[in-house]
Design a binder for this molecule. Structure first.
Ligand code: DQA
Length: 147
């Protein structure tokens, strides 16, 4: 079973950007922890980060026949991208949406996720630990698929 982790714009800046909101952890360290969990659970995992909407759409499309599940933090595109939502709907793979911050507690324009309706679940406000929770959740979803 393979999980593809997709990270949207500015998440490559974690550890530098707005540490009061996103904390000090770098993206590569979050990915190291996820890889550790994947190895322990005999899951394949691949990571992708892009600041470009079309590249994210392309990567989601490439998941057909390649991945069994997607974990995505679409970052700012969460609130704007019909294209990313449509790509997730098109590939028909279980998808979990993660946000480091609690988007519902922040500016009004972050309260709405265009992505959430096509996802199996959404994890917000748990910082980097949210990615671990998504791994646990995806492992459960994939075990149900395999059963
Ligand atoms: C974010 C929340 C988004 O509103 C924001 O644009 C981001 C990060 C989060 O992980 O909390 O870039 O997705």
């Amino acid at each position: 079973m393979k999980i593809v982790v997709i990270q949207g714009p500015n998440l490559n800046m974690l550890g530098i950007r707005e540490q009061n909101i996103y904390g000090p952890m770098k993206l590569e360290d979050i990915h190291k922890q996820m890889k550790g969990f994947a190895d322990q659970n005999k899951l394949e995992i691949e990571f992708f980060q892009s600041n470009l909407e079309g590249e994210i759409v392309d990567r989601i499309q490439e998941c057909i026949g390649d991945a069994d599940g997607i974990i995505i933090n679409p970052a700012a595109y969460t609130h704007t991208s019909i294209a990313i939502r449509d790509a997730i709907a098109a590939v028909q793979l279980p998808t979990l949406e993660v946000h480091l911050s609690n988007i519902h507690q922040r500016e009004e324009f972050r309260h709405k996720s265009l992505i959430a309706p096509v996802c199996a679940g959404q994890i917000v406000g748990m910082g980097p630990f949210g990615y671990h929770l998504a791994m646990v959740g995806m492992t459960q979803i994939l075990s149900e698929v395999a059963a």
